[in-house]
Design a protein around this ligand. Structure first.
Ligand code: HDE
Length: 729
């Protein structure tokens, strides 16, 4: 099957093919690669003889206005910054490919969803929502997950988030939501945080936000890595097949490495240690060939099935439980190339939920409808004019033909005098684009009357899915949600807002509300007080699921240790021989380790060898690692047990639920936690609390320690560990 190509009208990029045009290539060379020319020039290509001195009247005199070289350089510099995105300002991106598993012609005519042998190039930008461009990566926030597919039928953008629902049901409330969550206007604080009065004031008055608040207070808002997040298209879209039939569809991205979070305490510490934590993680994984992958999945259902579920698919505060409509895996996305230039690609990329290809259409979701306006509008000011589609990262790989003309920064050189249709002058015969069967077709559908400003009755249920989410969490995830609500609400100056919020939560679950309220210095949650306010309507609950296991993070993906970072804590006299095999097997499984010691350089091992040190305790911190190994060797263990940095390292890793394996004398470093190798009942391996392995290498069978440790690392975090709150780290 050959894919249709666009042919009508004048081309802005004649004969364009995948990859940069000769002109782009020249620009790339001219920009930074001086090695071929070895000489600087002005923007006009005029070679410079001196880039160190401005033109002055005499050696010690004033600079002359006529120095066009100085003025060009400074003027360009003065205009280097463009406005950051109003939301999602902080981001990181990568190139990759999407491959389909099998044709989806049953549901859609979209070309890139027909042919498994075609690789569709993609560019994906991940982001936080609230913070400014320079804010830390690890704040509690929703993450953007925007994918641009450069298909042979034009660009298709799937502009989603890492949470499947949203705060509001109607786009008209978006500016209010964003004003409420952004830093407060009088003093521009706090940065990149929802923990302040204006946000909770707004959401506590908008019960429709409650479901999304549960997600935001959950561990989903603290991803360990962009590579370990799910992605969701959020809204219902439509897939249209060759018979013109429409199915509603929800898009899902499922990460190969599983979905994993960090602890809140850890996220805050990382924000100070490495504000670029997620950006660096993505970059390094790709640079080292550990290409992140996601599976694209779809939930498809026709209108009748949607009605039977009792869910309104146009309400973006609701999801479709996977237990009711399974997610069908349809293809795989691999990110395999880092951008060459952050500004040119990651900053200038422009997504739009209305960049659709034939066979996919949007729905009447009133949140989505508003987005269809917003995204082009915002690029006009952010990217400086209507020709942002001509910026290399935004160009489609197939040719673009239309009669748009001119505008700021136009790149394409339109040929001839015809920039309208119908016409006869372009080809000597009548040309018109008027009802051809090819190309994008909007799916015909009825329109309701009368026109009015109101929401459908079916949008009134604001709590049942918040309750479903709560009921579906593992005990540890529930604890984290309670702690997150307490943290956020304790930051508020207004006790009224605190009270109002816990009154709302009483409609989700009274036990949750009571636990959140208990340390906040307010009254007991009062569901009746909340119910008296606007937005609390009795609505017959739709789905009757008691819980949806797919909504919890723990246990939903098979354990995978690829790219997990292990800290190996050593000092002089360390017994590396006893852990050499263990480290080798961990490496073969995909774990990357670094040696941490009291000083940089080398340490001497128990067998008189030298071991190169990667980091010292003065720069290394446990929050940069996923797991800890403490080898034996009495002198090494004794040195570490005297060192505050080493003790703090393991205490903190313990508190954050990270797997810790201590071998032989290395167990001594866990003495502060009350662990020791049992001398009365010697065993090869004991696990006194989840994820803590105390190993006696002399008794262990071959592979016994590594298997247990790899399994513990694969589970990622051991949240159900003993006495975590008592650990002073
Ligand atoms: Fe966005 N959103 N949004 N949004 N959004 C933007 O577009 C907007 C919404 C999302 O990496 C802006 O180019 C409105 C939902 C992502 O470049 C802006 C509404 C979802 C990104 C905008 C929403 C998203 C944006 C800011 C309510 C998940 C980053 C700069 C009607 C499905 C894309 C820009 C990137 C960015 C408007 C709600 C996802 C202002 C009006 C729901 C991932 O146009």
């Amino acid at each position: 099957m050959s894919l249709p190509r666009r042919t009508a009208g004048a081309s802005t990029r004649p004969g364009a093919k995948a990859g940069p045009s000769p002109q782009d290539k020249k620009l790339q060379l001219d920009a930074f690669a001086l090695d071929s020319a070895q000489q600087l020039s002005t923007n006009q290509g005029v070679l410079l003889s001196d880039n160190h001195h401005s033109l002055k009247a005499g050696l010690r005199g004033p600079t002359l206005l006529e120095d066009f070289i100085l003025r060009e350089k400074i003027t360009h510099f003065d205009h280097e910054r463009i406005p950051e995105r109003a939301v999602h300002a902080r981001g990181a991106a990568a190139h990759g490919v999407f491959k389909l598993y099998k044709p989806l012609s049953e549901y859609t005519t979209a070309g890139f969803l027909q042919l498994p042998e075609v690789s569709t190039p993609v560019f994906v930008r991940f982001s936080t929502v609230v913070g400014s461009r320079g804010s830390p990566d690890t704040v509690r926030d929703v993450r953007g997950f925007a994918v641009k597919f450069y298909t042979q039928e034009g660009n298709y953008d799937l502009v989603g988030n890492n949470m499947p629902v949203f705060f509001i049901q109607d786009a008209i409330k978006f500016p209010d939501l964003v004003h409420a969550i952004k830093p407060e206007p009088h003093h521009e604080m706090p940065q990149a945080s929802s923990a302040h009065d204006t946000f909770w004031d707004f959401v506590s008055l908008m019960p429709e936000s409650t479901h999304m608040l549960m997600w935001l207070m959950s561990d989903r808002a603290l991803p360990r890595s962009y590579r370990m997040m799910e992605g969701f298209g959020v809204h219902s879209f439509q897939l249209i097949n060759g018979r013109g039939q429409s199915h509603f569809v929800k898009f899902h991205w499922k990460p190969k490495l599983g979905v994993h979070a960090m602890a809140w305490d850890e996220a805050q510490k990382i924000a100070g240690r490495d504000a670029d934590f997620h950006r660096r993680d993505l970059w390094e994984a790709i640079e080292t060939g550990q290409f992140p992958e996601w599976e694209l999945g779809i939930q498809v259902l026709d209108a009748a099935r949607a009605g039977a579920l009792g869910l309104d698919l146009l309400d973006a505060t609701k999801l479709i439980p996977e237990e009711l409509v399974p997610v069908i895996p349809v293809g795989r996305m691999t990110l395999n190339r880092n951008p060459e230039n952050y500004f040119a690609e990651t900053e200038q990329v422009a997504f739009h939920p209305g960049h659709l290809v034939p066979g996919i259409d949007f729905s009447n979701d009133p949140l989505l409808q508003g987005r269809l306006f917003s995204y082009t509008d915002t690029q006009l000011s952010r990217l400086g004019g209507p020709n942002f589609h001509e910026i290399p990262i935004n160009r489609s790989l197939c040719p673009v033909h239309n009669f748009q003309r001119d505008g700021a920064h136009r790149q394409g050189i339109g040929r001839g005098r015809v920039a309208y249709e119908p016409n006869t002058l372009a080809q000597g015969a009548e040309f018109r684009v008027d009802g051809s069967a090819q190309g994008f077709q909007s799916q015909p559908q009825g329109i309701e009357t009368p026109k009015l400003r109101a929401a459908s009755q079916s949008f009134n249920d604001h709590f049942s899915q918040a309750t479903l989410f709560w009921n579906s969490q593992s005990p540890a995830e529930k604890e984290h949600i309670v702690a997150a609500f307490r943290f956020e609400l304790s930051q508020l100056e207004s006790t009224e807002i605190r009270q109002r919020m816990v009154d709302n939560l009483a409609h989700v679950d009274l036990h949750l509300a009571t636990r959140v309220a208990s340390p906040l210095g307010i009254g007991a949650p009062d569901a009746v007080a909340a119910a008296g306010r606007l937005g609390f309507k009795n609505y017959p609950r739709g789905d009757t699921l008691a819980e949806s296991p797919a909504l919890r993070m723990v246990g939903n993906y098979p354990p995978d240790v690829h790219t997990r970072r292990l800290a190996v804590l050593v000092a002089d006299g360390v017994d590396m021989a006893a852990v050499r095999r263990l480290l080798q097997e961990l490496g073969e499984a995909g774990v990357q380790h670094r040696i941490i010691a009291p000083h940089l350089g080398y340490v001497g091992t128990a067998t008189g060898r030298t071991l190169a040190v990667n980091q010292s305790f003065s720069s290394a911190t446990s929050v940069m690692f996923d797991a800890v190994l403490v080898p034996g060797g009495a002198p090494s263990a004794q040195t570490l047990a005297q060192l505050g940095g080493a003790i703090h390292f393991v205490l903190e890793a313990y508190k954050h639920g990270k797997p810790i394996c201590a071998v032989n004398e290395g167990v001594g470093l866990l003495a502060t936690l009350g662990f020791s190798l049992s001398t009365t009942q010697p065993v090869a391996l004991s696990v006194p609390t989840p994820g803590v392995l105390l190993a006696d290498s002399h008794r262990a069978q071959e592979g016994e320690i590594s298997q247990a440790f790899i399994h513990a690392i694969g589970l990622h975090r051991h949240w159900d560990r003993l006495n975590v709150d008592a650990v002073p780290a």
